[in-house]
Design a protein around this ligand. Sequence first.
Ligand code: NI
Length: 268
Amino acid sequence: MARLDELFSRLWVQYKQLTPQAERIHAALEAEGERVVNDHIALRTVNLETCDIPVLAAPFVAAGYEEKGRYHFATKKLDACHFAHPDPMRPLVFISALRLQELSEAAGATLRSLLGACALAERAPEARVTAGRMWPVSQAQYLQLQTESEYAAWLSAFGFCANHFTISVNALQRFTSLPALNDFVRRLGLPLNDSGGVIKGSAAQGLEQSSTLADRIDVHFTDGVRAVPSCYYEFAKRYPQADGTLFRGFIEASADRIFESTDAQVRS
Ligand code: NI
């Protein structure tokens, strides 16, 4: 489907501009003779009508994607859904949204002032997911949000774009295990997110995941430029379920720690 190829291609172009390490990893794997296949992308938003999960899911749903799973992250105050295309070769789409009503009054007010009038839903569906940051934001606002929610701070700085792409380990020929791919990425000099252990999940759960730590890039705030964590690359290996088909969902406890790949300081 040309329309979907075009959508993911625009997401990839935007993502690699925010994530210099992504193209490095991609190129290094291709130099080893690998063909990189994308397992899933993730998008972030808040639960405001102007930009809630359905607003971002619209271009995928229009192209045949269906909602297949719902997730809740109590500590991070997030809800999420994942969407899948009937063609299993198409990447999954994971969209999370921050529950504003659970944040402090100050942080909730800041996010409402930034995103509340963003007019995302008035854009053509295909243009929404790469709309980027649609509001002016100051370093003070970014830092205020960061004290309460790293996710909120990241969203305030980057807006609507792929937060990460994910290499399907199942599709690799040489690096067929997550430890092998992790070692390869470490040898490129890129640190991995070790919050909760480098490898999240297990074969028994159907999914093992790891990820790099986000790159840091210069972001233009209204009051100056500051280097902040941007996006990271994720790696996923899926395992067959009892019926023989590959597990195509997500594991809440694993995703909870993967979110921390964009934290200013990741705790282990
Ligand atoms: Ni992911």
